[in-house]
Every structure is written in C-alpha cells, then in structure tokens.
Design a protein around this ligand. Structure first.
Ligand SMILES: C[S@@+](CC[C@H](N)C(=O)[O-])C[C@H]1O[C@@H](n2cnc3c(N)ncnc32)[C@H](O)[C@@H]1O
Length: 212
C-alpha cells in the first residue's frame, strides 16, 4: 500500500486535529481522518460516520471496480471516497429522508436540513456520479442481475433492513458486496446469518463478501 509522505510537524498537527473529532449528539464529525498506518485518508471535510480506515478501504477497493452501487449516502462522506477511486459510474442510492429507525436519533438532522442539498454540494461535481434519489426497493429494480462490480450497503441498520438489502442486491453483484457498521449487533447478525460466517472484515468496520 502506498503511503503518503508527510513532514513530521504537519503529521503531528493532523493527528491533533483527528483527536479533536467531536461527538455531536450521535453524529461523529471527523475534522481529519488518519489510519493506524499513519495514512491520511480523504474525506474532504464531509461529515458522517465512516472513519479513516473505512474511507481508505473504500477508496482503494473502488480503484479496481468499473461500476459501484452505494446504498445509503447521506452527505456523501463514503460516496466521496468511492467516486475518487472508481473510474466508472458510482450510483448513489438514497431517498435522503433518513433511515426509518434513525430519524429521531442519529439522523435527526433530516428534520431541519436538506440532506440532498448537502450531498450535492459535497459530491455533485463528480462526473462519474449518478444519483438515484428514491427508496432502495425502487432503485434495485433498475439493475440487471450480475451487472455491478461492487455494492456497498450503508442504509438502515436493523436486522431486517440489512438482511433485506443484502438479499435484494446479492444477485446484482459481480465482484464484491460489502457494508458498513459490523460493530452494530443487528448488522452483524444479518451478515453472519446470510454468509454463514464466511466473509472478511476490513481494518475498519466494513464486512466484505467477495463473489469472485
Ligand atoms: C448511515 S446513513 C449513510 C452514511 C454514509 N454512507 C456516510 O458515509 O456518511 C444512511 C442513509 O441511508 C438512507 N436510507 C435508509 N433507508 C433507505 C431506503 N430504504 N432507501 C433509500 N435510502 C435509505 C438514509 O436516508 C441515510 O441517508
């Protein structure tokens, strides 16, 4: 893996910044992200829940993919990494209304902000972006089976939602299906059940199932 060479003084400043990442309500606002290997990961200051390890994995994996579907984009933190890595189209699927069981907690901002507007401001200039502003159940119908290299799932986090999302998207995938928040009990239960414990875990918090 190629490391970014950064002068020690700047690196110290970045580490200090990363350590001041605030926890504002339930939303972690990373002001800078840094991995255990000392690599500064791109996030372009976009708020969200992905840490540096997660973003770096998405960026590097996206470089090997011709097209990617992301289910759950919010303000575009993970989308930015995928768009930066992938040479082909990244389809971002989100109704931008917040997840059904998280609108009152982690994603309460939907009540006072236009999250879609934030998303477009953050990543709308990428030429390889295709936004499907709709419910995931609608969007999935637009894709042929075995037509997408990679699907990244980060929408609802209940056991039922994750199980359903994986079941819906699995037939569409050629290379990798993966998702965020394996540290969430319900996510883990769904992933373990569907893949019979045969999946990988990134250095961050992403579960990964390679199809080929
Ligand atoms: C945890 S956030 C995604 C975070 C994002 N990946 C990041 O890096 O910050 C979950 C997103 O999924 C969207 N979502 C949840 N259920 C959905 C559904 N059934 N259809 C479309 N979008 C959905 C929500 O609107 C929300 O923006």
């Amino acid at each position: 893996m190629k490391k970014t060479t950064i002068p020690e003084k700047i690196l110290k400043e970045i580490i200090a910044l990363a350590q001041t990442s605030q926890s504002t309500g339930a939303i972690r606002k990373y002001s800078a992200t840094i991995t255990k290997d000392g690599i500064v990961a791109i996030d372009n200051g976009i708020e969200g829940w992905m840490n540096g390890e997660d973003l770096l994995w998405l960026l590097n994996t996206a470089k090997e993919m011709d097209h990617i579907v992301e289910v759950g984009s919010w303000k575009g933190r993970s989308t930015y990494a995928l768009l930066s890595g992938c040479k082909g189209t990244v389809y971002a699927i989100d109704h931008f209304l917040g997840s059904a069981t998280e609108r009152e907690s982690y994603q309460a901002e939907v009540k006072t902000r236009d999250i879609y507007k934030d998303f477009m401001k953050n990543v709308g200039s990428f030429k390889n972006l295709q936004v499907l502003k709709m419910d995931n159940a609608e969007a999935v119908k637009q894709f042929e089976d075995n037509s997408i290299d990679m699907v990244f799932i980060d929408a609802g986090h209940t056991y039922e939602e994750v199980l359903n999302d994986i079941k819906q998207w699995l037939p569409k995938v050629k290379k990798i299906i993966c998702g965020h928040d394996l540290d969430n009990e319900q996510v883990e239960k769904a992933v373990r059940e569907i893949f019979s414990n045969k999946f990988e875990i990134s250095k961050g918090d992403i579960w990964i199932k390679r199809i080929c």
